[in-house]
Design a protein around this ligand. Structure first.
Ligand SMILES: *Cc1c(COP(=O)(O)O)cnc(C)c1O
Length: 396
């Protein structure tokens, strides 16, 4: 059976849980995605942008030094960190921004927590000549000044949100309010495989270029498919992007690594797949961190990109069905893996990606030298050096 079904459901997960007033806007996107994004002309244009502007294909790099150090399986890194903007996010923002343009929209709105998705959206909007406004909680604006400035440099307007906890979930509410009011000329660009159908499906579609390239590249280099594929999970877009191509390859173990934060026995983590319960958030039914009254909990991770109390519905389904395994890396483990990759390979990974690197190091040690692990290195870590310095007690 091919999922999602026509209601956007992955068995019990997914769907469209949105207020009535938003339905026409969501259906408009669904129509656009079905009618425009599948056309050859759209694909050609997007492929042009992905290669000439964003830097695809990204290399699949054999991390020889790290593999030698762990003395086990060969570790390959899918280098999404080398993309323009420094992460996989641009695969999705270029895809959706191009769709918005083809749908005749003049303006893109987005919400952002850490600012990474806001920056990736601002870049795509500039490339395609669209106006861009990004909702951001005042609390996050204060914490993420550098990204706010980047967005401004890129000609995007950051709209401060002062309601509720002044963070991501409040920014999402404001962006949705804006969308309802301005649906004629405005496209709402969601940053991960989350939200109401068709967003999880569409974002997976735009990110699945990662897995398609990986298949080709590993066949070229090794003449066979890998034994394990590992990706970090915030909302789940880089994970779905590399996993999707291999879902049918039952012999490959797919591992999603969530933020263990300060430990799963504390309240400070982002383990929605591991410890969450079923509920509704951001227009989808999925695994969430929430209390017994359905109030969304505050998540935590040292890496801003994994600090989200929900996760994409398809991953909830794939974990429930047993196809995808979940594991966790704590802040401390991620920091250690970060340092190891810096020193062994000369690559500074994003703290998000360092969670996946930790898991690869753990697993590789107990595997054979002929075994192969692919890690999705979702982003580069230049943005994280202040955080790492602080964790090491170093003043820059
Ligand atoms: C945003 C981000 C993530 C988390 O988002 P997903 O949708 O789970 O991929 C992971 N890594 C990097 C580098 C990011 O910027």
């Amino acid at each position: 059976m091919v999922l999602p079904d026509k209601h956007g459901k992955y068995e019990q997960y997914g769907g469209k849980f949105a207020p009535e007033v938003l339905m026409p806007a969501i259906e408009d996107v669904e129509r656009g995605y079905n009618e425009i994004a599948k056309k050859r002309e759209f694909q050609d244009e997007l492929n042009y942008l992905l290669s000439e502007f964003a830097g695809r294909p990204t290399p699949l790099y054999h991390a020889r030094n790290l593999s030698k150090q762990v003395d086990g399986a060969s570790i390959y890194l899918k280098r999404e960190d080398l993309l323009h903007g420094g992460a996989h996010k641009i695969n999705n923002t270029l895809g959706q921004a191009l769709l918005a343009k083809k749908m005749g929209k003049k303006r893109i709105i987005a919400e952002t927590g850490a600012g990474q998705h806001g920056v990736a959206t601002a870049i795509a909007a500039r490339a395609l000549g669209l106006e861009c406004e990004v909702y951001m909680g005042t609390e996050d604006i204060e914490r993420q000044k550098l990204n706010v400035f980047r967005m401004n440099l890129l000609g995007a307007r950051v709209i401060p949100v002062t309601s509720g906890s002044c963070t991501l979930k409040d920014a999402i509410n404001e962006a949705m309010r804006d969308w309802v009011t301005n649906v004629e000329d405005t496209y709402y660009l969601i940053g991960s495989v989350v939200g109401p159908h068709p967003y999880p499906l569409m974002v997976r579609g735009f990110q699945s270029v990662i897995g398609k390239e990986t298949r080709r590249q590993i066949m070229d280099k090794e003449g066979r498919l890998p034994d394990k594929i590992i990706a970090c999970v915030g909302g789940g877009s880089n994970a779905m992007g590399i996993f999707h191509e291999f879902i049918g390859e039952r012999r490959i173990e797919l591992v999603g690594v969530e933020a263990g934060g300060k430990g799963l026995d504390t309240k400070e983590h982002g383990a929605s797949l591991g410890l969450g319960t079923d509920g509704v958030l951001h227009g989808m039914y999925s695994k969430l961190l929430q209390d017994k009254y359905g109030q969304i909990s505050i998540s935590y991770s040292i890496s801003a990109g994994l600090d989200y109390p929900g996760v994409g519905p398809e991953l909830s389904y794939l974990v429930k069905s047993g196809r995808v395994k979940v594991s966790h890396a704590t802040d401390e483990q991620a920091l250690k893996a970060f340092g190891m990759l810096c020193r062994s390979e000369g690559i500074i990974p994003a703290l998000e990606s360092s969670h996946a690197v930790h898991q690869a190091i753990e697993l590789a040690g107990s595997m054979n030298v002929d075994d192969i692990i692919v890690v999705n290195l979702s982003g580069r870590g230049d943005k994280d050096v202040y955080t790492v310095a602080e964790a090491q007690g170093v003043k820059i």
